[in-house]
Design a protein around this ligand. Structure first.
Ligand code: GLA
Length: 727
């Protein structure tokens, strides 16, 4: 998979799908050559043409006027010696200089893929399925060392990159930026796709031309955020879901992140991605190392669907870990929108009884079971059940539910502390905050300083006390505000720029410990819905609550955008009551059910308030979903019609062996004399015959000719569903 050509000094990472080429240039600079479709026979002759460009200084120690770092595509660019584009690193030396002139020093090709200490990362099951190239760059003057990691799997069209800075000098240096990767694209017309939004409107897809100048997409919120997901794609202008080249970049990290896209006047595009450099500084002592999170770069020459398939397969197979990996996930009923804080044992058991009758497999007790938590002003940090709220007690409630043959899940928000809590009264310094300054409240709560071991230990012990007593199958791990006043009283003044990342390291350490001690529990992460939907968390928690917005129409966009990178098996999707609590919209149960089937399916409403007909419909939906959930959760997902481009949305699932498929169509608004709609399918076996609604049709027919949607579809928010089975 990884080959080094001594003669041309070129590294070639390749499998049957992709090639990644980089070379040691004159003066030992590491230059980027290519990332794209596999090249079987590379001659070794590709080199950036030498040109004398005015105001582009020549490389230091070089007398060649034709060589400038300002124009050379660089693997891991710095600043200060001629490259005026965005750098990948910024390191302050003891003498105040930031000039770090890293040159190739040595390399090693390793079997498998090394673990990233303390950080989530893709893994291997056997050493032979991947290889890793580690290139050491060294500054000959200071002795600082950069290790660049490149891993490639035999099977996937992906290269995974990360960087380690090793301080082999005799003094402390200060890191102000250390990106996970940088990639240069010489002279190409490209478009940028990214996923942005806000609470209730996560991962909206934006596509725009890459123009001259610099664009930064980032989060400074202490979490990956609702606002800007740590994923971007660069595509060609003609790239669609089914054709054209696409490059995806996804940071495996849940904290502050930054992606910089720069197009220079020579039409070269550079994309730098990593931990956000804003307010970031890290004191790296002698002999210490700093490891960046990794970026999963995926290439597709068949459009965005294929790009997503690679991410979905890779994440299902080699990011998600543990017992629940590749397992069918349970359908659930969550009491949040049914009761909010106002519940008691009787209300809960009535919902449970109804759920059981309707074939739902798990009950999740949401917020409000601990401390004095009758509203969201209080008690975060006091993880002791409210006495008397559940007459029989939490343990008994869980046991009763399990005796009914259902699973039991529960809500926690471990990283938070309410101002009104025993924990805050006892330890006011445990919340992030600058001594002497006030702290900003958000949802009446503060953020616990998870960079501190004592804080983590306390919360761990509190959770453990519940986990060891109550039979818990599932945990919803919430996080309902972003960080402000990011300051830790235990750290020195010059270390305050480390707090946000130290928080993440502490958080990951906590999750590693908890998920190792309780391997049977299925964890779903959440942050006011999908405010922390990222690959970092999927390493510890296989599912994420996609959005607090459960409106079926809003969900079309949210789920469509999320599916660009994250697998369907990771997306919590529930049917809730109408009028919808977030948008006030009324949609049919059928539309709500069909939308939620593109995810891990559940309900979030008061089942006891439904009519007999509604219950019948829910019973059928749950049965249908469970029957086909292997296909929904682990089949290949094709986006057919985009909600961002028109009134219609369509997507489908195809089983890995192409023996069956499920197609969903949604029309948002009714129109008189609606034009006829044909749907062309994808991913089927073109040699096979499929049976759909008792009609037999060829796979090639369904994909090329397609079929007409019902022309009598009337009303707003309508849907159709088709099941296909190979004959
Ligand atoms: C967040 C979650 C919701 C619910 C509430 C409880 O907003 O996203 O699903 O759990 O918290 O307070």
């Amino acid at each position: 998979m990884i080959h080094f050509d001594e003669q041309t000094q070129t590294f070639h990472l390749k499998n049957s799908k992709i090639s990644y080429l980089l070379a040691i240039e004159e003066n030992n600079y590491l230059a980027h050559l290519y990332f794209g479709k596999a090249i079987k026979h590379y001659s070794g002759g590709y080199q950036y043409p030498r040109t004398d460009r005015s105001f582009s200084p020549n490389a230091p120690t070089s007398t060649d006027r034709l060589l400038s770092l300002d124009t050379l595509p660089m693997e891991y660019p710095g600043h200060g010696f001629g490259d005026f584009r965005e750098p990948a690193y910024n390191i302050k030396l003891p003498n105040g200089s930031r000039i770090n002139d890293f040159r190739y020093d040595s390399h090693e090709i390793q079997q498998g893929k090394p673990k990233l200490e303390g950080l989530p990362a893709l893994y291997t099951e056997s050493e032979s399925e991947a290889e890793t190239l580690v290139i050491d760059l060294k500054d000959p003057i200071t002795g600082l060392k950069l290790k660049l990691f490149y891993s490639i799997y035999e099977e996937y069209a992906a290269v995974i990159r990360s960087v380690q800075l090793v301080n082999e000098t005799s003094e402390t240096v200060e890191i102000n930026q250390l990106a996970s990767q940088s990639l240069d694209f010489p002279n190409r017309k490209l478009e940028l796709i990214h996923l942005n939004g806000t609470w209730g409107r996560e991962r909206q897809l934006t596509r725009e031309e890459v123009q001259t100048g610099i664009k930064i997409l980032d989060s400074k919120r202490g979490s990956s955020s609702h606002q800007q997901n740590p994923f971007v794609a660069l595509v060609e202008p003609h790239t669609t879901e089914f054709q054209g080249e696409a490059y995806g970049f996804n940071l495996v990290y849940s904290g502050n992140h930054e992606t910089t896209i720069e197009k220079d006047p020579f039409d070269q595009t550079r994309l730098v991605m990593g931990i956000n450099s804003f307010n970031f500084s890290w004191q790296l002592e002698q002999d210490a190392r700093f490891q960046t999170p990794e970026v999963v770069m995926v290439y597709s020459d068949k459009g965005l669907n294929e790009l997503s398939h690679t991410y979905h397969d890779l994440y299902n197979q080699r990011l998600v870990r543990g017992k629940h990996r590749l397992q069918e996930r349970p359908t659930l009923i969550n009491n949040w929108e049914a009761t909010y804080f106002d519940f008691n044992e009787e209300k809960i058991m009535n919902i449970v009884d109804e759920a059981k009758k309707l074939g739902i497999e798990m009950f999740v007790l949401d917020d409000g079971w601990f401390g004095n938590r009758e509203d969201d002003y209080t008690s975060l940090g006091d993880w002791v059940e409210t006495e008397g709220k559940l007459a029989c007690g939490l343990e008994k409630l869980a046991k009763n539910i399990k005796n009914e043959g259902m699973k039991f899940g529960i809500w926690f928000e471990p990283e938070m502390i309410s101002k009104d809590s025993d924990l805050f009264r006892a330890h006011p310094d445990w919340a992030l905050g600058v001594p002497g300054h006030g702290r900003s409240l958000s949802r009446s709560q503060y953020v616990l300083d998870f960079s501190r071991e004592d804080v983590r230990d306390n919360i761990y012990q509190q959770m453990k006390a519940i986990f060891d007593r109550v039979p818990i199958d599932y945990v919803k791990w919430d996080m309902n505000r972003n960080m402000t006043e990011v300051y830790s009283v235990l750290l020195a003044a010059d270390q305050q720029g480390e707090v946000a990342h130290r928080y993440m390291l502490g958080f990951y350490e906590f999750l590693e410990k908890l998920t190792t001690e309780y391997p049977d529990i299925l964890f779903e992460s959440c942050s006011g819905g999908g405010g922390r939907f990222d690959a970092g968390l999927l390493y510890y928690m296989p599912q994420t609550w996609t959005s607090d917005n459960t409106d079926a129409v809003a969900r079309l966009k949210i789920q469509y955008g999320t599916s660009m990178v994250y697998p369907i098996s990771s997306m919590g999707a529930h049917v809730s009551a109408v009028p919808n609590h977030q948008t006030g919209r009324n949609t049919s149960l059928e539309t709500r059910g069909n939308a939620a089937m593109a995810g891990v399916f559940g309900y979030e409403l008061d089942l006891t308030q439904l009519t007999a007909e509604e219950k019948d419909e829910i019973r059928d939906q749950a049965k249908f979903y469970k029957k086909h959930r292997q296909l929904f959760q682990y089949g290949t997902f094709y986006r057919l019609e985009s909600p961002f481009e028109g009134n219609d949305t369509a997507w489908m699932f195809v089983s890995k062996d192409q023996s069956e498929a499920m197609v969903f169509y949604f029309r948002v608004l009714a129109e008189a004399a609606h034009p006829l709609v044909t749907l062309k399918l994808a991913g089927l076996d073109e040699e096979a015959i499929y049976c759909m609604d008792e009609r037999e049709m060829g796979g090639d027919e369904l994909m090329n000719l397609g079929f007409y949607m019902d022309s009598e579809l009337h009303g707003d928010y309508v849907t159709q569903r088709f099941y296909l089975q190979k004959v």
